[in-house]
Design a protein around this ligand. Structure first.
Ligand SMILES: Cc1cc2nc3c(=O)[nH]c(=O)nc-3n(C[C@H](O)[C@H](O)[C@H](O)COP(=O)(O)O)c2cc1C
Length: 323
């Protein structure tokens, strides 16, 4: 398959594969390893740290420190994840992240949320590439992002790890739907863990793949070894729903949440409990599997080994590697 396409050209990368932003689990080492291997690394929230920041000022300082580390490890392009609050609102943490990234010369942003006109104008005014991901994708939202200058869209299927789309539309359905709705390039995400998933994504019209779960089980990911082994050993059929937004492998805290969910507890209360518990920091970063949720995509049967990011990229991108 042709190596160059609109995504690789726009992002200045060798292969059409991007490592997804993941709270706590995407530090400088992982981001740089992916970028050095020819894909693009994306730094998500809490990168490189083990505790929550005291406020936006500390967020800005942390982002700058982690960007310095990335730059010491690679000269290749990388991106920063930005949460977009609803249009008309502002978020001090996002603002601090954006300002720190701009001060460090970052020119690639992967946004999550809905189109916030003030923030996307700032991204575009900064002469940056804007890659946008709606948590729950739709053709209408995709067109809106395109109209406001998005360079690339990420179409997220219900199969994904992390906060799952509320429309329950799988990757096979949402990718071609979004591809047909816009003329800018689309990346596919949700349940892509091996080369068959990559081939399927391209057959559906995607021009790149965006992978989270597969990179958790990489050597460079800061997730605890216990988390990586949990992913390697678990099956999709083991996963339990802990709220309409999250699934998990079945450990103690996740089972408690599952019971709350089954008993009709509101999503808001369950998600609040997860967040008050530190999100995935205790469970996935520190490996205390019983003390939090272990969120993964539904295709974990296909992840049977922890490998280096380079090996993962070479395996998944085999069709694009010129002999
Ligand atoms: C543990 C975990 C944490 C995540 N945190 C974030 C986040 O902070 N910001 C974000 O935009 N997406 C986040 N995501 C979603 C990923 O960016 C991506 O959409 C998803 O992992 C892709 O699906 P896959 O896991 O099937 O590859 C997270 C996903 C996981 C598994």
């Amino acid at each position: 398959m042709k190596t160059e396409n609109r995504v690789t050209e726009m992002l200045g990368i060798q292969y059409p594969i991007v490592q997804a932003a993941m709270s706590w689990l995407t530090d400088a080492k992982l981001v740089a390893a992916v970028s050095n291997a020819g894909g693009m690394g994306v730094m998500g929230p809490h990168a490189g740290y083990q505790t929550r920041p005291s406020g936006p000022d500390e967020v800005g300082q942390r982002i700058r420190n982690e960007i310095h580390k990335i730059k010491s490890l690679t000269e290749k392009p990388f991106a920063i994840n930005l949460y977009l609050p609803p249009d008309g609102q502002s978020d001090p943490y996002s603002k601090a992240t954006f300002e720190a990234a701009v001060a460090e010369g970052v020119r690639y942003f992967v946004t999550v949320g809905s189109v916030n006109r003030a923030m996307v104008k700032e991204i575009k005014d900064n002469d940056s590439k804007w890659i946008h991901r709606e948590l729950t994708p739709s053709p209408e939202a995709a067109k809106m992002a395109e109209q406001h200058g998005a360079d690339i869209l990420i179409a997220t299927g219900y199969d994904e790890g992390g906060t799952i789309p509320q429309n329950k539309i799988g990757t096979f359905s949402i990718v071609p739907t979004i591809v047909d709705a816009v003329s800018i390039p689309v990346m596919a995400t949700g349940g892509i863990n091996d080369i068959r998933g990559v081939r399927a994504a391209f057959a559906l019209g995607a021009e790149a793949v965006y992978l989270g779960t597969r990179f958790i089980a990489s050597e460079e990911c800061p997730a605890a070894e216990a988390t990586k082994q949990d992913i390697v050993q678990s099956k999709g059929s083991d996963l339990i729903m802990v709220s309409s937004f999250s699934r998990s492998t079945p450990h103690k805290f996740a089972r408690e949440l599952e019971a709350m969910y089954r008993n009709g507890e509101s999503t808001e209360n369950i998600e609040k409990r997860i967040s008050e518990n530190g999100g995935v920091s205790k469970s996935m970063l520190h490996g205390k599997l019983d003390e939090g949720t272990i969120t993964t995509n539904t295709a974990i049967d296909l992840i049977t080994e922890v490998k280096s990011s380079k090996e993962i990229i070479h395996e998944l991108m085999a069709d694009f590697i010129k002999e």
